[in-house]
Design a protein. Structure first.
Length: 368
């Protein structure tokens, strides 16, 4: 082995990487992104979770209890309801994940030492269940505050936790619906991310330019076949999840497929935009990975969305996967309809429109 030739090849590779701006960005960007995401954005200590409160007692003691619960900083009241049924409906629609119900006979229950408060929680989110269990440890009177933790465990708890939609806290119930979105995000962006670049590398771009096909027709035609592929993937994941892990389908299967189609089209439009920017298939795959990493970490699939800082939550709202997770979990696990979750539907439609328009304009610019 000649060290001189080896050195020459190494210098050639370094020069080639220096000319590739996307590779240089990946070398610096991925470590920085990982550090910021895991060190700042991802936080498993939940704070200021939105909560609804139904205080039917309306006494000084019940108001003091609400203040004690809020003082834990785990929850933040966003709405006061008149009845527990309203709390359950709001949880089903995904407006908040925790509801605190104080009955009208709160004082009598308190005097008799019975259960006094119910915490209703969306069981499809395991992080929400953990936060609700933490809230149930709040003492409700002076005697309980003075009691030792062991005595509190032995006595009847004054605050009970009622988990809906996943009372057994099975992780598969929470993961499988989200896994549909993760797989669609990874494959759909990658498939279309290399499509325009592949046409250029194979020499087909000149033929496409010579045809009367418009930019919009070309982009739309490239998207349509992958919609069917995405729906097949959706069917495969859902079928295996329901068969192997007994994941329930509480809502409408049609609404699940409509939500999946919204995510598919949004990711395909993003992939087309990446394809118009990239100069090679390798660059397109690099950019796809750069997009996929924050999507899986910030969307709420792996880590609780509510535990992230507000600024990071704003950034995560731009990601299609964030809205799809709310849609698919709301429909499959809580039985909500697609129309009840209309803000996330509009967000996906707006994202698709912006990305598709940008891809068409960018492609036209490259033809001129």
């Amino acid at each position: 082995m000649s060290w001189r030739r080896l050195w020459a090849v190494m210098l050639k590779e370094l020069r080639q990487m220096r000319r590739d701006r996307i590779t240089l960005a990946m070398i610096v960007g991925i470590p920085v992104m990982q550090l910021l995401l895991f060190g700042y954005a991802i936080n498993t200590n939940l704070r200021d979770l939105p909560v609804g409160i139904a205080d039917q007692a309306g006494t000084a003691a019940s108001r003091a209890l609400v203040m004690d619960i809020v003082a834990t900083t785990v929850v933040k009241p966003v709405r006061f309801e008149d009845a527990p049924q309203q709390l359950m409906e709001a949880i089903r629609r995904g407006e908040y994940g925790i509801g605190i119900a104080i009955p009208a006979d709160f004082e009598r229950r308190r005097a008799e030492g019975r259960e006094q408060v119910q915490i209703l929680v969306d069981g499809s989110d395991n992080a929400m269940q953990s936060a609700a269990v933490q809230l149930a440890q709040v003492p409700v009177d002076d005697a309980q505050r003075a009691a030792s933790p062991a005595t509190r465990v032995l006595s009847q708890p004054p605050i009970s936790v009622v988990a809906f939609y996943n009372p057994e806290r099975r992780s598969a119930v929470n993961i499988v619906p989200g896994l549909v979105g993760v797989i669609l995000t990874m494959t759909m962006v990658l498939f279309t991310g290399v499509s325009i670049v592949r046409e250029r590398e194979r020499g087909n771009m000149e033929l496409l330019i010579a045809t009367p096909v418009s930019s919009a027709e070309l982009m739309t035609g490239k998207v349509l076949p992958y919609i069917a592929i995405g729906l097949v993937q959706t069917t495969l994941v859902l079928s295996l999840g329901m068969w192997l892990f007994q994941v329930p389908m509480v809502g409408s299967a049609l609404h699940v497929y409509l939500a999946a189609m919204l995510l598919i089209v949004a990711n395909l439009a993003l992939g087309l935009l990446i394809s118009t920017q990239a100069k090679s298939q390798f660059q397109a795959m690099q950019v796809t990975f750069f997009v996929f990493l924050p999507s899986i970490l910030l969307s709420g699939f792996m880590f609780p969305f509510a535990g992230m800082p507000v600024v990071v939550q704003w950034i995560a709202e731009v990601l299609p996967l964030t809205h799809f997770l709310r849609l698919v979990r709301g429909i499959m696990l809580r039985g909500a309809s697609l129309w009840e979750l209309w803000p996330d539907v509009l967000a996906l439609a707006a994202f698709t429109t912006v990305m598709m328009t940008a891809a068409i304009l960018r492609f036209r610019k490259r033809l001129d």
